[in-house]
Design a binder for this molecule. Structure first.
Ligand SMILES: Nc1ncnc2c1ncn2[C@@H]1O[C@H](COP(=O)(O)OP(=O)(O)OP(=O)(O)O)[C@@H](O)[C@H]1O
Length: 281
């Protein structure tokens, strides 16, 4: 059975008359990487802050089942001249944790922590931020844009780290405006735009089963057969058909059509995202 780690029920935040987060109900399962996806200003950070108890909801509720939660929201305040290790030890001491907790968190993210914070690359700084969130062995990590500004190598490393943390049974809730990133890291995504959650599902389900691309001759006969199964449009010298492949192919062959090519065309998460957000524009 899937255990729920975070759930919100019609979570809402207004600033003045402006509704920044509008009745968002989302569910994050234990042990998954959940991507909270939306354009700038969509309300992601405000939602994460409400989940963490840093911002009070105007209405609705947020429930967190984790006993130990760590967060990286808009970068923790690291001291520039202290090393990564000393920075983490300072944070650990604030929370009455031993220095060994800082060392364990550094190990976990693969940093030696020797360099002064100000000399660290952005990738190292982000890893240090994740280490800070992990302090005290957090079982839920809430990370606001953890891959923001990273180069492709840094992103791949962060992706690997977050997947590994989930494989250990931790739950990761991250926000992002990078569709490709979310598509690769996350088990499930919630899409937010204009403060409203417009979709929540597995990445695969949100992208849909995809449509079929069929190249067949004669094309007009093929189109007539395919139209019995669903919508058909002509594209790239073939047909795009909304239909499962086996019955369509059988019917085409029975109708004497020569089938040259049949393949599934998956929509990327970005196509879906723009469709979802266009509807609301
Ligand atoms: N304290 C506040 N007072 C007034 N408006 C606010 C406050 N905090 C956030 N907002 C507004 O709420 C909207 C959503 O902000 P939020 O930071 O939650 O979005 P976001 O999706 O995280 O965007 P970004 O990726 O740019 O951080 C923005 O238009 C922002 O200006």
């Amino acid at each position: 059975m899937t255990e729920t780690m975070v759930s919100t029920d019609r979570l809402t935040r207004r600033y003045g008359t402006r509704v920044v987060v509008d009745a968002v109900s989302l569910t994050v399962h234990k042990g998954e990487v959940y991507g909270f996806l939306g354009p700038n200003g969509a309300g992601k950070t405000t939602t994460l802050r409400m989940i963490l108890g840093l911002v009070r909801p105007t209405a609705g509720t947020a429930t967190v089942a984790a006993r130990r939660t760590g967060a990286l929201i808009e970068g923790p305040g690291f001291f520039p001249y202290l090393s990564g290790r000393d920075n983490l030890r300072v944070l650990a001491r604030h929370r009455a944790l031993p220095d060994t907790a800082a060392d364990a968190a550094l190990d976990r993210v693969g940093l030696d922590g020797g360099a002064a914070f100000r000399t660290c690359s952005l990738g190292m700084k982000q890893r240090l931020g994740v280490a800070a969130a992990l302090l005290g062995d957090a079982e839920l990590l809430v990370l606001d844009e953890p891959t923001n500004g990273l180069d492709p190598g840094g992103m791949a490393a962060m992706r690997g780290l977050l997947r590994d943390l989930a494989a250990e049974g931790r739950t990761v809730l991250l926000s992002s405006h990078l569709l490709g990133e979310v598509q690769e890291i996350c088990d499930r995504v919630g899409v937010i735009t204009g403060g409203r959650l417009v979709a929540e599902s597995t990445v695969a389900a949100i992208r849909g089963a995809g449509t079929l691309f069929v190249r067949a001759a004669p094309v007009d006969v093929a189109a007539a057969v395919a139209a019995r199964f669903g919508a058909v449009t002509e594209s790239d010298g073939g047909l795009r058909c909304d239909s499962p492949a086996p019955p369509l192919v059988q019917a085409l062959v029975r109708a004497g059509v020569e089938v040259h090519e049949v393949r599934t065309v998956e929509r990327s998460l970005s196509d879906v995202f723009f469709e979802l957000t266009e509807d609301l524009a």
